[in-house]
Design a binder for this molecule. Sequence first.
Ligand SMILES: [Mg+2]
Length: 433
Amino acid sequence: MRATASILHLDLDAFFAAVEQRDKPSLRGKPVIVGGTGGRGVVSTASYEARKFGVGSAMSGREARARCPHAAFLSGRFHAYRETSKLVMQALRDLSPLVEPLSLDEAFVDLAAAGLDDLDVATVTEVGTELRRRVHEVTGGLTATVGIASSKFLAKVASELDKPDGMTVVPPGSELELLRPMDVKVIPGVGPATRERLRRAGIHTIAELELVSEDELVSLLGQAQGHGLWRLARAQDSRPVVAEREAKSISVEGTYDADLNDRKLMAGLLTRQAKEVGTRMRKNGFSGRTVSIKVRLHDFTTLSRSSTLSSPTDDGTTIARIARALLGDLDTTGGVRLLGVGVSGLADWVQEDLFGDAPDEEEVEVTLPEPPRRSWPPGADVVHDEMGPGWVWGSGSGVVTVRFETAETPPGPVRSFRMDDPALHRWEPPPEE
Ligand SMILES: [Mg+2]
């Protein structure tokens, strides 16, 4: 904990849904649910209008539909979320060089590195207000909630207090006063299981937790968590803001039009990507020790797993073998829309391959499934040769209905077309390199 309120936590409000409302003027002020469109899908984000009906993240699409049948259910446009996130992160970096992104819509900023005249409550409050105005501006109208406090823990807690479109500054010295009445679940690392264990011990609030001795907590929750919780119950948190390190890695990834469900196909794709990573590494004279895979599920949850070798490699076959093993541990039920393989921890030298002379595996035959004929997911961007840009309002029975509007237009007209109308096209951004 610092003596000044110099850690800022920014959290965009209902981010995915807010981007959709920005780009689809007819949905502004209405319930919007991103995710949960498929049979087994879950809700990724619900707009505040939909939250009023009790719809929340991770709820099944079926339940969301039952609670809020008149909501717009959209399949999500990751490219738009990523672009918008980049603008926000840049605005944060313009304020301070020390920015730690936690996800597309959340980051810590170290105001102590921002070169401000002082870190008084009045000063950081002004900085927070200006930052929220700036985020609204660069994103074309999105709102963010900000918390500013003397530690990461308190800044994050503070950013939850005045959602959406609000700000809370916790003056140094008042941290415990704020925390004591709160449920223990606000403490990072206290999930449902820990919360239940504490509840059985009669501990519900942070004030109650503060009365428990360190030894008792350790015997209740184990060493690591017990010590950690004892400290956080006293607002003791000295974790620094760590700027994203320059990622020195080589990776290859692919996104797929049709959600992949076939594990053998996924293994084949990873193998192909791993070989390409190996080729690129050898071309650049790199080798690396840490092999990672990235898997994005149908609901945009992104999983990554990595494994570190005892010595560096640049061998595609080795990278592929590790990538496939990492995939083996993941639950991909519901489908996968992105797969990737990367190697990091790069060194510009290669050690003798410890795996010896593993025989090169036979080439993997990879055939991607045809994109489904009804490739008109709700919410997707489209362009019509005459009508211009719009988005898929719905589809079925060979017909796709499009609303022609963009972030810059008023709510636009709705038109229907045959699904195979040659004048109608899906719009995707050019792939990034
Ligand atoms: Mg958020």
